[in-house]
Design a protein around this ligand. Sequence first.
Ligand code: FES
Length: 102
Amino acid sequence: MPEFVKVARLSEILPGKCFKADVNGAKIVLFNVAGQIFAMEDSCSHLGAPLSSGYLGKDSISCEWHGATFDLRTGKALSAPAKDPVPTYPVRIKDDEVEIAL
Ligand code: FES
């Protein structure tokens, strides 16, 4: 059973922005899309660019290096050159605390 770990305060993740966190040695990025928080590994599955530097869409993130796009909910690669998904993590919010399950 995955364990939820506190990674940020909700107030630290502004709408349309991201928040980077190091969780048990894993580089995680949280995105706030119109108040909904998504968590994924901060590494593009193509050549490892930080997705925290990418371009945030309504339900996707585009890598700034070569333009691959990933679904924020599933991590699925939606466009080339990436083929593999990026790991995503369940998010739970308790009051102002944002937790993800690892
Ligand atoms: S490193 Fe992300 S598309 Fe190439």
